[in-house]
Design a binder for this molecule. Sequence first.
Ligand SMILES: [Zn+2]
Length: 163
Amino acid sequence: MAVLPQVNSTRMQRKEITVTTQFVPPQWAFDFHGHRCPFMPIGYRMGMLAMEKLGVQREQDHGFFVFPELGEGHPQTCMIDGIQVATGATYGKVLIEKTFFGKLAATFYHPDREAVRFALKPTFVDALGKHEFFAYRKRGLEPSQIPATTTNDPHSMGGRPKR
Ligand SMILES: [Zn+2]
């Protein structure tokens, strides 16, 4: 089952991408993750959408499982921190396990409900790749070294609340 997420509405304005969402990560998610990048917030949105679709709350104990499909070398693995923040399905509680399928996708499974899989649309990934954040990354800068004018861009790095 492949369910494409209604994660983002994107709009290109030169190098700018606007992400509007009802799911903006809390500040503690950025503190936990350690830097500002686009993929932690994307994982957060994916997790929130999965919980909404399944009709479940953030997992407090041990009843909700996530199987991210990202590979070992994917630069987008930051998504997994956002997924953990949103869902409460954490590595510490042994509720999340990578499949290494090499996809920008994850399956969310609740035994009392069903499973739902979300994947990023290639068109979205291509558009996001034009953001100047990735130009800095290609030059070898770590996300924490990228100027705040880029990483604090709420329109793309953390998403802008949907009105
Ligand atoms: Zn990151």
